[in-house]
Ligand binder design. Structure first.
Ligand SMILES: Nc1nc2c(ncn2[C@@H]2O[C@H](COP(=O)(O)OP(=O)(O)OP(=O)(O)O)[C@@H](O)[C@H]2O)c(=O)[nH]1
Ligand SMILES: [Mg+2]
Length: 310
């Protein structure tokens, strides 16, 4: 399923269980007192950041999420059990929006936010007994669970991103730098979706490097380009094909025009020439020159990235 960074879901807490009306009946006790138990509270719905989930695509089909009901009260003062909570796993980086307000940003694995309360449990007739009221027939039914529409927006917690025109060598570079298995192909826009790989510094700290395609050959953000995912990147690496006969300055300007609205103002920038070892390559415009096939410049680029991030 295509990478999905936005979803609307409906969440509903479980219904509270009803209070019970019951009187104690035993052969030797003619007038047993009231013994109807209370209903259990309905379960709540909780969103939890889970590393197994990488985007919001499952919510295209899984729209309604309802927590279990509380159990009804019963005779002999038995209270109904509370409904268990419904855990809805979401990808780390999920922003939770309700009525236009962000109510949570679930970044770390295990971060959680309750989004729908369970209904109150009902009250059994036993609870209404008093010195003046020895045989109450009053009970309270369980209350409804809270219901809401929630918007989920994914902003991936990526540290650095490779961007650039189609066919500029982003995927090949992601693979050379991180070993991630990616689609590398000799035709433009071979990568349609964001791809990721890990980068580890010498202290063992892991960073996420992303390949964010998204520009077309004109430098325009294409539909479903997902360049919004740049929002949290601290380092943006602009890849430019050094072996392309069209002047690099023109291609850089074209790509920058499309990228400008997406690049966070305080992000560190790096201009990288790719295909540096190809015939006729001109790398004079770049901060770093690399060749993903021969490996030229790759260790240097990795060091530059890690020093910018740490
Ligand atoms: N010789 C050489 N070829 C490269 C290098 N980088 C990429 N290529 C080749 O250039 C073509 C495009 O590379 P990709 O990594 O797929 O480019 P991309 O920017 O991911 O392209 P899209 O996903 O289509 O936007 C592939 O055939 C690669 O093998 C490089 O540094 N040296
Ligand atoms: Mg690619």
């Amino acid at each position: 399923m295509p990478f999905t960074d936005r979803a609307q879901i409906n969440v509903e807490g479980g219904h509270g269980g009803n209070g019970c009306m019951s009187f104690r009946r035993e052969p030797k006790i003619p007038k047993g007192g009231p013994d109807g138990g209370n209903g259990g509270r309905g379960g709540k719905v909780v969103l939890v950041a889970d590393e197994q989930v990488t985007d919001l695509s499952r919510f295209r089909h899984a729209v309604h999420h309802r927590a279990p009901n509380g159990g009804h009260g019963e005779g002999k003062n038995r209270h109904g059990p509370a409904g268990s909570e419904l855990i809805v796993p979401v990808p780390p980086g999920t922003r939770v929006i309700r009525d236009g307000h962000t109510i949570a940003q679930l970044d770390a694995v295990g971060d959680r936010v309750p989004v729908a309360r369970g209904g109150d449990g009902g009250v059994g007739n036993r609870a209404f007994r008093s010195s003046t009221h020895r045989a109450p027939r009053t009970t309270v039914p369980g209350g409804p669970g809270e219901e809401a529409w929630i918007t989920l927006e994914l902003r991936l917690p990526i540290d650095a991103a490779l961007v650039g025109l189609p066919n500029s060598g982003k995927s090949a570079l992601l693979e050379a730098l991180t070993g991630a298995a990616v689609v590398v192909a000799a035709y433009p826009q071979s990568t349609r979706e964001p791809a990721f790989g890990p980068l580890e510094d010498e202290d063992g700290v892991l960073y996420t490097l992303a390949d964010l395609p998204g520009l077309d050959a004109e430098g325009v953000h294409r539909r479903d380009g997902h360049l919004e995912q740049l929002e949290r990147a601290r380092l943006v690496i602009h890849c430019v094909d050094a072996a392309d006969p069209e002047p690099a300055a023109d291609r850089i300007a074209r790509a920058e025009a499309g990228l400008t609205t997406f690049i966070p103002p305080d992000a560190v920038r790096l201009l990288v020439a790719t295909r540096a070892d190809e015939e006729g390559a001109d790398t004079s415009f770049a901060d770093v020159a690399v060749d993903a096939v021969t490996g030229t410049g790759v260790p240097e680029l990795r060091a530059r990235i890690l020093s910018a991030l740490s």
